[in-house]
Design a protein around this ligand. Structure first.
Ligand code: PLZ
Length: 429
């Protein structure tokens, strides 16, 4: 660490709670897929602010839209003095989300808040109370978000009690031997032993588990969930907060499976770097709550609305879904080639969907024991060499690659070169 970083770290440790864990990259400036710290050191950004700047840091179109909005008005509260941009963005999301049925959209500020509202709406519309989520899921840090999250340390431990009537079922993970059949059987078991499906308002699922380790839900699993929901009158909520907005090569990851959810939550990529989130659902479901039952002071902030309109324009104009597919292929090919090499036998699996790519680091490929220490070492070495990487996974042993979808190919390759040399140093070759 440099002197500036050391000093800021020390000040942070005194002034900010340690629960708010961070890296020690003190950013001064960022542009597209590059970031410079307070010492002028350059980084290639394979984190994108955790899948937020899919359109790159400070995309000119996003910056221009926000600047123009600041010149007009920055806040009125949609409940007090509504504005056209909110309504037009709702129309756009009703159009681009999967399914031809009538839809409605509301806006909030964070992913967790989108999840909260999806659950509120689902309970109100069905008159049912129970919610099913999955082991390893991540749905946010609010009370309901934590309750739905399927990992205790560090997300839930010591923070309860949580809202009642939340149940967890197994998520299919082929690498760890949990098949789709077993996951579906787990749900049937839940309905037989714990909760009457007639009391379940909704099943909430990430089409690719994000924080939990970048496990794509197999298409047949998502289809089985859709069928189960239809059979029991439960709603299917797709949490597309990390997977949405072109990240997986489609606008929404559920499209890969051809599954139409009843409700979709969005955040991250939608705001292009501004705190912004949305809930889109079947019109009759979204309309169940009484007037005044939904909303908030900042929900649908004019700044976020302007940014999101620009993001949707850029995704289309720059064909970011196509770009996501190309990037994902390039990343996977390179990682799979590394995994073939003897010295990199710690790479247990390479997987992903579009530009949501990850690899699992294990002590060996037989025991598949997660190697969290090696993972932390790779991330640290990459950082030294100027590459920002994020780990994830319930065993903290998965490295995920989440570059802006606008990253120039040569920077993507440069990032992969750094990753390879970080990996080599970490395994000691
Ligand atoms: N649902 C699927 O990925 C946020 C969280 C990082 P917020 N993921 C990154 C951390 O450690 O807090 C996320 C997500 C999915 C919900 C959320 C929550 O979104 O905008 O962070 O509230």
């Amino acid at each position: 660490m440099t002197e500036i970083a050391k000093e800021l770290r020390a000040a942070q440790d005194k002034a900010v709670p340690r629960g708010v864990a961070t890296k020690s990259i003190y950013v001064a400036r960022a542009e597209n897929a590059e970031l410079w710290d307070a010492d002028g050191k350059r980084y290639i950004d394979f984190a994108a602010g955790i899948a937020v700047v899919n359109t790159g840091h400070r995309h000119p179109a996003v910056t221009a839209a926000v600047t123009e909005q600041i010149g007009a008005f920055t806040h009125t509260c949609f409940h007090v003095a509504p504005y056209e941009g909110y309504i037009r963005l709702a129309e756009r999301l009703n159009e681009v989300t999967p399914g031809a049925h009538p839809k409605k959209t509301m806006f909030v500020t964070t992913g967790a808040e989108a999840v909260e509202n999806a659950i509120k709406v689902a309970r109100n519309a069905t008159g049912r109370t129970a919610i099913v989520a999955f082991n390893g899921a991540f749905h946010g840090r609010t009370m309901m978000g934590m309750a739905l999250t399927g990992k205790v340390v560090p997300y839930k431990k010591g923070f309860g009690p949580f809202p009642a009537e939340i149940y967890h079922a197994p998520f299919p993970k082929a690498f760890y031997g949990i098949s789709v059949e077993e996951a579906v059987a787990g749900l049937e078991q839940l309905f037989a032993s714990d909760v009457d499906p007639g009391r379940v308002a909704a099943v909430i699922v990430e089409p690719v588990q994000g924080e939990g380790g970048f496990y794509p839900a197999p298409a047949e699993f998502l289809r089985a969930l859709r069928a189960l929901c239809d059979r029991h009158g439960m709603l299917l909520i797709a949490d597309e907060i990390q997977t949405g907005i072109a990240r997986t090569g489609k606008m929404f990851a559920v499209e890969h499976a051809g599954v139409v959810p009843d409700i979709i939550t969005m955040a991250k990529g939608l705001g292009g770097g501004f705190p912004f989130a949305a809930v889109t659902g079947r019109a009759e479901i979204m309309d169940a709550a009484e007037p005044g039952g939904l909303g908030g002071t900042y929900g649908g902030s004019p700044i976020g609305i302007a940014a999101a309109h620009a993001v949707l324009d850029v995704v289309e104009a720059e064909n970011l879904c196509g770009r996501s597919v190309d990037l994902g292929l390039m990343f996977r090919e390179r990682l799979e080639a590394l995994a073939q090499r003897n010295e990199f036998s710690a790479i247990g699996e390479v997987r992903g969907l579009g530009a949501m790519v990850a690899f699992e680091l294990v002590k060996d490929r037989v025991s598949k024991t997660p190697d969290a220490a090696l993972t932390a070492a790779v991330v640290a070495k990459a950082q030294e060499k100027g590459l920002i990487l994020l780990s994830c996974g319930t065993g903290a042993n998965v490295i995920r690659l989440l570059p802006p979808l606008t990253i120039p190919m040569e920077q993507a390759r440069e990032g992969l070169d750094i990753l390879e040399s970080a990996l080599a140093e970490a395994v000691g070759v």
